[in-house]
Design a protein around this ligand. Structure first.
Ligand SMILES: Cc1cc2nc3c(=O)[nH]c(=O)nc-3n(C[C@H](O)[C@H](O)[C@H](O)COP(=O)(O)OP(=O)(O)OC[C@H]3O[C@@H](n4cnc5c(N)ncnc54)[C@H](O)[C@@H]3O)c2cc1C
Length: 378
């Protein structure tokens, strides 16, 4: 595979590098989630004003219409500049780009892209995580309104969201995968309550969300009634992409911060330590190359291509790279750092979630076994 860059990509990289030099921002610590989230939204808006959000999204909805592989360049340069990571909106917006009506796309996508409106993902329920099709939140049609009752859980950033991409059962008589529909619902609708949950990291990234007779205009259904499963699959395929969720930039950042501490002599490494750091670096490089390959493949499949089941390979490589890197950085740091609730500890604890969200590693392996390798279901 030829990774040399054409002139358009080189120019894009140069322009971005210059922009980042003048505009990069430091991440505030995660110990105050409200403050961190405010800074993150500001960063999102700044990236948008600079023309760096929705690089591969169509120009009609405010994107730049560039090939998907430019997203890899964006992530690499963000990581190299040690700025805040990229906002993860691809997996929320792509389902509407693929399945939404032109009216929905023009109403919702430009504001999602610009950061003016924040979204969350209301898929998982207490008894429907890996078995997502088992979800029980109901959406009953009354006139031209759907009335929603039920509960979601692990809804990231629900407390800050203006809109939720919601899955609910709209036909209780249909087979379980076929009775689900997808909606966008306004989070300040009467009947929605959000109860934040404390994670092992100490912050409240995710919440329980309760729906009690919440009314959604039928025009806010994405796609047809019963199309929710296909929309859910589009969402999770994008959610598994390390570049789509901004993780390649985040991990490159973690590595370069640690390297700087080693170079300055703050952290001393023996031969075993150097070897472990080299292994973490190699996992990250393998991920970076894989991301490039995946995005190049998507770019050559044409506009609107989705990652497909191959995205599960990216997700497993991401999980390995992230968990190995964060574990290594923590192990090789001064012992005292382990006792402090600092960013490094936060990143280590957060890395444990990588093998769970967007579908657990066991589920990714099953997808690879059945849908890529064609192994029989047991
Ligand atoms: C940090 C974080 C953020 C999240 N954000 C969101 C969000 O914004 N929106 C949202 O909707 N959800 C979100 N989630 C939820 C996430 O998608 C689910 O946690 C995940 O799908 C697993 O579901 P579960 O927790 O119900 O575990 P379960 O499905 O109960 O799984 C428990 C264990 O059993 C294993 N298992 C289950 N079924 C199988 C099987 N068929 N084969 C092999 N092993 C199996 C799993 O791999 C896992 O180890 C988030 C989760 C985390 C950790």
């Amino acid at each position: 595979m030829d990774f040399s860059e054409n002139q358009q990509r080189q120019a894009f990289r140069r322009e971005l590098r210059e922009w980042l030099k003048a505009n990069r921002v430091d991440s505030p610590p995660r110990n105050d989630l409200d403050q961190w989230h405010r800074a993150f939204v500001e960063w999102h808006k700044k990236l948008y004003s600079g023309g760096w959000m929705g690089i591969s999204w169509p120009t009609e909805v405010g994107g730049r219409g560039l090939p998907d592989d430019f997203e890899a360049v964006f992530n690499e340069e963000l990581g190299a500049s040690e700025t805040m990571p990229a906002p993860a909106i691809g997996y929320l917006g792509r389902p509407m780009l693929t399945h939404g009506s032109p009216d929905q796309q023009s109403r919702f996508l430009p504001r999602l892209l610009s950061g003016e409106e924040q979204w969350c993902q209301g898929f998982s329920e207490p008894d429907a995580g890996s078995d997502l099709a088992g979800l029980r939140t109901r959406a009953d049609l009354r006139g031209d309104t759907y009335v929603v009752n039920g509960q979601k859980v692990w809804t990231s950033f629900a407390q800050y969201a203006d809109w939720c991409l919601l899955l609910a059962r709209s036909d209780r008589d249909a087979p379980k995968h076929k009775g689900i529909s997808a909606f966008v619902v306004e989070m300040k609708s009467p009947g929605i309550s959000v109860r934040p949950l404390v994670q092992i990291t100490g912050d409240t990234e995710f919440s329980e969300v309760f729906f009690d007779d919440v009314e959604i205009p039928a025009s806010q259904m994405i796609g047809d009634p019963g199309a929710g499963w296909a929309i859910a699959m589009t969402t999770v395929e994008f959610e598994r992409g390390p570049a789509d969720i901004g993780f390649t930039s985040r991990l490159a950042n973690t590595l370069s911060r640690f390297e700087a501490r080693v170079r300055s002599g703050e952290v001393e490494l023996d031969q075993v330590g150097r070897r472990r750091l080299a292994e973490a670096f190699v996992s990250l490089e393998a991920l970076r190359v894989r991301v490039q390959l995946s995005l190049l493949a998507r770019a050559s499949s044409g506009a609107g291509a989705t990652p497909g089941p191959a995205g599960s390979v990216d997700k497993l490589l991401l999980t390995r790279a992230e968990q190995e890197l964060c574990r290594t950085v923590l192990d090789l740091s001064e012992a005292g750092a382990v006792l402090e609730p600092d960013d490094q500890m936060f990143e280590y604890l957060y890395s444990r979630a990588q093998s769970i969200y967007g579908g657990t590693s066991q589920i990714q392996r099953s997808i690879i076994a059945q849908r890529i390798l064609g192994l029989p279901r047991s």
